[in-house]
Ligand binder design. Structure first.
Ligand SMILES: CCCCCCCCCCCC(=O)SCCNC(=O)CCNC(=O)[C@H](O)C(C)(C)COP(=O)(O)OP(=O)(O)OC[C@H]1O[C@@H](n2cnc3c(N)ncnc32)[C@H](O)[C@@H]1OP(=O)(O)O
Length: 181
């Protein structure tokens, strides 16, 4: 499969460390959704990005996955403010981390964030819905290169945040060996 056809923002944030090398391909077929099959992580309700039991978490809601693009919605909560009434930049970066992570996991392997680059394009008010999407630009060995963006109010609303990331494939033990509780 080639890079998904996405009506993306003209200039992405990707640096050389988050840009796939020439020839890096997007895998032909997404594997089984690890959220449904992984014994450690499946449906983890405590996830700060998407878990239902994380009291101040982002509670991202996945709305679809087609043609190599994963989509979700995120409603900015009062607990997510930086400046009064506006989303904290770190929270928006978290939303992008989660999105890129989803796009990586939908390739059918276990990945963690190695590097995350974010552009903040406009403030996002509390109560606004951010329409998020992410996709893979290429895989090179253990390294997967992801991109994503968030738009305010509608899927084709004004862009507020965009991100590029390098995710690194890890074994299942990554999620258990250093756990303290
Ligand atoms: C079911 C649930 C669904 C879950 C759905 C998922 C949603 C969750 C989304 C949230 C995702 C997260 O936040 S994950 C949590 C935040 N991230 C972490 O905690 C990761 C912490 N870091 C690490 O554990 C480690 O540093 C690793 C695994 C990233 C890499 O360590 P390693 O395994 O020893 O591998 P290493 O040789 O260092 O790196 C492998 C290759 O990647 C490159 N590389 C590594 N890091 C970087 C980097 N920052 N910038 C550039 N390149 C890098 C190396 O140069 C190398 O390239 P080359 O020499 O091969 O060319």
């Amino acid at each position: 499969m080639t890079t998904p056809s996405v009506d993306r923002l003209p200039a992405g944030p990707a640096s050389s460390r988050t840009t796939p090398p020439p020839g890096a391909a997007v895998p032909e077929e997404a594997g089984p959704d690890p959220r449904l099959t992984d014994g450690v992580l499946a449906g983890y309700a405590g996830c700060f990005g998407c878990g239902e039991e994380s009291p101040h978490g982002l509670r991202l809601r996945r709305t679809g996955h087609a043609d190599g693009v994963v989509r979700a919605e995120y409603v900015v909560q009062r607990a997510h403010q930086g400046a009064p009434g506006l989303a904290h930049g770190g929270v928006l970066a978290t939303a992008m981390d989660e999105m890129l992570g989803w796009a990586a996991w939908l390739l059918g392997r276990r990945y963690v964030t190695g590097r995350l680059e974010t552009d903040f394009l406009r403030p996002v008010p509390v109560g606004a819905t951010l329409h998020l999407r992410a996709w893979c630009r290429g895989v090179d060995g253990r390294k997967a290169y992801l991109e994503g963006e968030g738009r305010v109010g509608a899927p084709d609303g004004p862009p507020a945040v965009r991100a590029a990331g390098l995710f690194v494939e890890v074994p299942r033990e990554h999620f258990t060996k250093e756990r303290m509780n």
